[in-house]
Design a protein around this ligand. Structure first.
Ligand code: ADP
Ligand code: MG
Length: 705
């Protein structure tokens, strides 16, 4: 249960005065909402931190006000001078003065009655805005603030500036945030007192109030004490949640899974190749985990094409040797089917029973799969998100494998694991994204990691070249020669920014263009809007070498395996992140032919884009690329957390993130060692922290599992 002190913060933003349905829609666009939240709440306003400050502290007399600067003036209103009747474009001017000089306030499209109420002749007002020189005169166009002397405190001398969205004015947002700020309760301190004293950080309440009501121009920088404190709070909450999940895992003894090796042996015989040393090593680590007293939670990292699927199959074989079942989940229909196609023939040969379950299996066939699964007849179930559905019941799930993990959220992973009954299933997650250590720590805690560092033998390096788009005709000529020698080509067309053209339109256009050159029957088109069956159909024709060129939007699925395809062309490569380019390039280089990756880019490249493409030309090392990507773009995007629906950090995206994260992790571990159930006074306060950052759900979900 969420502590009552926090209730006001989780009330809908609409409960604040002046916020109606229209504004709620705008706020939902402008604010950083967690993925499962549609209606902005008061807390979301609070996490919308300023991006800068307008300094209105200069309060000169009129004679000393410097044109171009932002000032706050105390003036007497002299006279209203509406523009001449009939001339709508002429401004409405209001002459004002103080003891040193005069200034005109200038309004376009003025509402006369409104101005007469705001600025009655003969009265004093504080006004704030930018001073301009107009001929010999000073003027201020549309002052930002106009307040009577007794309401002077409403004029923020340091005004925070916020990210907006079309239709949402800074003033309206600021008013809402001011109200939200007043709802922040005083909370029991959850940070370690000596750490806090050493850092000289303010209490939570003061920190958040200070960011939204800055007292120094530096307050809203990410390096300020209030910001750092909140960043640490957020990281600490995340690390404690992960450590708790981890501790729960370790405490729940899983069952020991030790196979007799007979199914594995058969698979080994059926495989047309020998396992690489990396694969053997990873399997040893997995075996040790599964045979141990705790549930396995292991990440299998291996660059694209490193052969993760076989490792997963071998691990599943062990589970099946003990009489239990295994599941394998992929993020998309195409991938799930492809796993099915890889695994099914091998499974048949060695006598394993496999079925597929995706969103497309419906009605009778779905029912039948579920029955075979629940009865224990099936050994392996391969599928998509459909595996999470509540009516999917295993007789005895001992191992769950999740492919391309970063597309799934933590919750989804846990939901699948929970299907393994009281002990929960052993979990093997596979990713081709080489996740740098700091990110692993943030998102997975101390996950155990096995790495496939070695590629299967016989792979030739991929020749990568960045080319300006003007070179496309030459490229097409070269393709002609390649195609004659039996090559196959992926051609990726992304959304083109600022053209209004959708990625679909771009891909359709390119497909038509290439079909004219190479013939209609050799060019296929794959895009996200196609039905699953249609996608499969096109993929199958490409895999069978019927289609020579596959033009695709960015849906060319991570993980598709067509060994004969040896050329990857990526249009507008400058728009992709490094990790994505690397993933796409990994589609080729799987067969005997020399492979190429051609990165077409617009002719004038920005600095970062140029660095990215250069990096691609220089190396195929996924880890080096991931590190570079991290340096160029920062955390969340590398992991693809945006797609997975995991919330990005709202406060902790700060330059010294790694240091804070390491400290938060140590603190979380120490805290939980001393107080695993969060019962001490600090532990109690930490519970509030977990709710505040909405980490409670992950913890609860897991506990229930
Ligand atoms: P990924 O790690 O990207 O998922 P896959 O598991 O799809 O890679 O494997 C890519 C290709 O390499 C597949 O065609 C697979 O059969 C092949 N492969 C896997 N292991 C080996 C090996 N030890 N020797 C040769 N080929 C292998
Ligand atoms: Mg794969």
């Amino acid at each position: 249960m969420r502590p009552e002190t926090l209730t006001p913060l989780f009330a809908p933003a609409q409960s604040l005065s002046g916020i109606g349905p229209r504004l709620v829609t705008l706020l939902a666009k402008a604010l950083p909402l967690p993925p499962n939240v549609n209606e902005p709440r008061i807390i979301d306003l609070l996490w919308h931190l300023p991006t800068g400050i307008i300094d209105r502290r200069a309060e000169p007399s009129i004679a000393h006000a410097a044109p171009g600067s932002i000032v706050t003036l105390r003036v007497r209103v002299l006279r209203h001078r509406p523009g001449p009747r009939g001339n709508k474009r002429a401004p409405y001017k209001i002459a004002c003065e103080d003891d040193t000089g005069r200034i005109d306030l200038v309004f376009f499209h003025a509402d006369r009655r409104f101005l007469e109420r705001q600025l009655p002749e003969g009265e004093e007002r504080f006004i704030s805005g930018r001073i301009e020189q107009y001929g010999q005169k000073l003027q201020m166009t549309h002052p930002d603030y106009i307040v009577p002397p007794d309401a002077r405190s409403e004029l923020p001398l340091l005004e925070p500036v916020y990210g907006l969205t079309a239709g949402l004015s800074g003033k309206v947002l600021y008013k809402a945030i001011r109200q939200a700020r007043d709802k922040v309760p005083q909370l029991q301190e959850w940070q370690d007192p000596s750490w806090l004293a050493e850092r000289k950080w303010p209490p939570f309440h003061d920190a958040i109030a200070r960011l939204h009501r800055p007292e120094e121009t530096t307050d809203t920088s990410t390096g300020s004490d209030p910001w750092q404190r909140l960043a640490f709070d957020e990281l600490l909450a995340g690390q404690i949640a992960l450590a708790m999940i981890r501790a729960t895992l370790k405490a729940q003894s899983g069952r020991r899974i030790e196979g007799d090796g007979n199914i594995r042996e058969k698979i080994r015989h059926a495989l047309p190749f020998a396992l690489t040393n990396s694969q053997v090593g990873a399997l040893e680590e997995i075996d040790a985990d599964m045979a141990g007293p705790y549930r396995m939670l292991r990440l299998l990292q291996g660059d694209v094409g490193s052969g993760k699927t076989v490792v997963a199959l071998m691990a599943m074989a062990t589970a099946i040797e003990t009489g239990a079942q295994a599941a394998m989940m992929a993020p998309t229909e195409v991938l799930a089917r492809q796993h099915m196609e890889t695994i099914e023939p091998l499974a048949k040969e060695v006598g394993l029973r496999v079925a597929l379950l995706t969103g497309r299996e419906k009605g009778k066939s779905r029912k039948q799969v579920l029955e075979l699964l629940a009865s224990g007849y099936l050994d392996i179930l391969i599928g998509t998100h459909a595996l999470f559905q509540p009516d999917v019941e295993f007789a005895d799930l001992a191992l769950a494998v999740i492919d391309e993990q970063h597309r799934f959220g933590v919750h989804q992973r846990l939901a699948l694991q929970a299907k393994g009954g009281a002990g929960g299933a052993n979990m093997l997650v596979m990713t081709a994204t080489p996740i740098p250590r700091t990110l692993l720590m943030t998102h997975y805690g101390d996950l155990d990691v096995s790495r496939l560092t070695e590629k299967p033998p016989g792979r030739k390096p991929i020749v990568t070249k960045a080319l300006p788009v003007d070179a496309m005709e030459r490229l097409i000529e070269r393709l002609r020669a390649q195609l004659n020698e039996g090559a196959q080509v992926y051609w990726v067309c992304p959304l083109i920014e600022n053209t209004g053209l959708t990625d679909l339109a771009a891909a359709e256009e390119r497909a038509a263009h290439l079909a004219q050159i190479f013939g209609k029957e050799s060019v296929g088109l794959l895009h996200g809007g196609m039905s699953g069956t249609a996608k499969d159909g096109v993929m199958a024709r490409f895999a069978d070498n019927e289609l020579k060129i596959l033009v695709a939007t960015t849906v060319v699925e991570v993980g598709v395996n067509v060994p004969n395809a040896n050329i990857m062309v990526i249009e507008h490569a400058e728009q992709f992140g490094l990790a994505q380019l690397h993933q796409l390039r990994g589609r080729v280089g799987r067969g005997d032919r020399q492979s190429y990756c051609m990165l077409l880019h617009k002719s004038s490249l920005g600095d970062i884009a140029a660095q990215r493409l250069q990096m691609m030309e220089q190396t195929e090392d996924g880890f080096a690329i991931a590190e570079k990507d991290l340096a160029l773009r920062g955390g969340g995007e590398v992991l693809g957390v945006r797609q997975s629906g995991m919330p990005e950090y709202r406060v902790a995206n700060v330059p010294n993130f790694e240091d804070l994260l390491a400290a938060a992790r140590d603190d979380a571990n120490l805290l939980l060692t001393n107080d695993p159930k969060l019962e001490s006074p600090r532990g109690q306060a930490v519970r509030t922290l977990l709710y505040l950052f909405e980490c409670d759900e992950a913890v609860r979900l897991f506990r229930a599992a």
